[in-house]
Design a protein around this ligand. Structure first.
Ligand code: COA
Length: 316
């Protein structure tokens, strides 16, 4: 096997691999939509951080990533991310292809001071996942999808559901605050300082999303926020919406309120012609994992590896 830099002339072969790998995942996750248009791979040929694997004249895999950024994922490290359309490999010998590609790509990444490596894998690609796990990666983020079948749950008489009008968006501010505190605590540890949260809140309250609430006695006790797009090309397909936030007050959890609210979201979107609903969540958020995995099927597993700082002392 020969590993070379990823160049422009590799793009067509790479696209064919991206399509084949997506089709493979689709066989496991029937809710995934047909995708005809994949994102452009041009930037990966330009940033000099990608590699391609060849057996004789045949390209058997490629591994690229976005341009790096500082303080990745709230760390002090420079990081990069390889989304599901920025890498792939043929089925035969896949473990070895990923071993060789990651070794070569990571050499470049660390030489560029990139110490936080994140790669979005397909959730059912056990061979590739096992390979990266053995190379020090662990699960961090999950994309999941569902169809618009109703959710089986006992109705709760005292609950009312509606989409919160924009003028009332501050009614869920306290829940957003508690959501941030939840994400900042163990075992998530995605802590936001007060000012960071306030800055985020301004953006969140201005963004073009629909916030569905469950209310009791006129007070919201849970919300689900729905956006047009999520974090990968699948989420951008027609007739798909994506959940980008959810919270239920602790005293109202575990009693079906959330399932009823989700059912309301699904029913409302179905009437609008939406055929799929997506969500992404941190795998180490226990309540998110516990709730979403009941109603959605994971199709990506984003894995991360944090390179120890001593490696950066080796850069000339
Ligand atoms: C996510 C949330 C809206 C779901 O509402 P809910 O009423 O708790 O939902 P459910 O009870 O149906 O599901 C939660 C699941 O997580 C499990 N869970 C809760 N706390 C847990 C913990 N500390 N460790 C492991 N599992 C846990 C529950 O047991 C339950 O699973 P089960 O039904 O198999 O027993 C609510 O838990 C919440 O607001 N959590 C904090 C914010 C959050 O994580 N938001 C999601 C962001 S993507």
């Amino acid at each position: 096997m020969n590993i070379v830099n990823f160049e422009k002339e590799h793009i067509d072969a790479a696209k064919a691999i991206v399509l084949a790998n997506y089709s493979e995942e689709k066989q496991f996750v029937k809710e995934l939509p047909d995708v005809n248009e994949f994102p452009n791979l041009g930037e990966f040929a330009e940033n000099g951080l990608g590699v391609a694997a060849f057996e004789q004249d045949k390209m058997v895999g490629f591994l690229c990533c976005f341009r790096p950024w500082e303080n990745a994922f709230g760390s002090t490290a420079k990081g990069t991310f390889s989304p599901i359309h920025a890498h792939g490999a043929v089925a035969e010998n896949r473990e070895m292809i990923y071993r060789r590609m990651y070794q070569a790509a990571a050499e470049k990444w660390v030489a560029n001071g990139i110490a936080y490596h994140a790669i979005a894998m397909y959730a059912h690609d056990e061979k590739a996942l096992r390979t990266l796990f053995s190379y020090g990666f662990g699960l961090r983020c999950v994309d999941a999808v569902r169809d618009m079948e109703s959710i089986v749950c006992l109705p709760i008489q005292e609950l009312q559901f509606r989409v919160l009008p924009k003028v009332e968006i501050t009614k869920i501010r306290e829940m957003r605050r508690q959501l941030s505190a939840h994400l900042g605590s163990s075992p998530c540890f995605m802590y936001s300082r007060k000012q960071e949260f306030e800055n985020w809140l301004v953006r969140a309250e201005a963004r073009n999303t629909d916030v569905y609430v469950a209310e009791m006695n006129g007070m919201p006790v849970a919300f689900i926020e729905v956006a047009d797009d999520g974090e990968n090309f699948v989420t951008e397909t027609a007739n798909m919406k994506n959940i980008c936030g959810a919270f239920c007050l602790p005293e109202y959890r575990g009693n079906g309120i959330f399932a009823n609210l989700l059912n309301y979201v699904v029913g409302t979107l179905r009437q609008q012609g939406i055929t799929r609903l997506g969500v992404d969540f941190e795998s180490y958020n226990p309540t998110a994992s516990g709730a979403w995995n009941k109603y959605f099927t994971p199709y990506t597993h984003s894995v991360v590896r944090r390179i120890d700082e001593c490696a950066l002392h080796n850069i000339e």
